[in-house]
Design a protein. Structure first.
Ligand code: SF4
Length: 147
């Protein structure tokens, strides 16, 4: 499952538009910067670029357009091929958490991204409170080691 070899050059993190109404995005950026939680698989010194963006509202309204823009700009400006880009669906989308239960459009969003040739992974920031509630059976389980 590791990406310590540096094959990933750009990580896009898609966050839920509704969750972002009350979230600064700090948790995801902090986890990426420190390479913890869902980002522990990436080497710290591999020069990976982070590109966060919102889904645009249900059902992932701007994802297709932003993904296309990301692929184009990555190639043109940084010589990064789409095979070197990984998109993480943020924890606000894929986990049961303090914002909401998981997004009901995950499969649809994943299909859009995969059709564009982008690799998709699930998760970003791992909240202690949500982890505790998961352990207590209040929130649904989530596989942090999944591909
Ligand atoms: S599509 Fe999912 S991630 Fe986007 S706003 Fe709706 S619930 Fe949130």
């Amino acid at each position: 499952m590791g990406d310590k070899t540096g094959q990933t050059k750009i990580i896009g993190v898609i966050q839920c538009d509704f969750a972002r109404e009350r979230c600064s995005g700090f948790g995801c950026m902090n986890s990426f910067t420190r390479r913890i939680d869902a980002f522990a698989r990436y080497a710290k010194d591999a020069g990976v670029m982070l590109v966060p963006f919102n889904c645009g509202g249900c059902p992932g309204r701007r994802i297709s357009r932003v993904a296309a823009n990301l692929i184009k700009r990555a190639k043109k400006k940084a010589e990064v091929d789409k095979e070197e880009i990984v998109i993480h669906l943020a924890s606000c989308i894929v986990t049961d958490n303090g914002h909401y239960p998981p997004c009901p459009h995950i499969d649809y969003i994943e299909k859009i991204l995969k059709r564009k040739g982008l690799k998709v992974r699930k998760g970003s920031y791992r909240s202690n409170t949500a982890s505790r509630r998961r352990a207590e059976g209040i929130y649904e389980q989530f596989d942090w080691d999944g591909e």
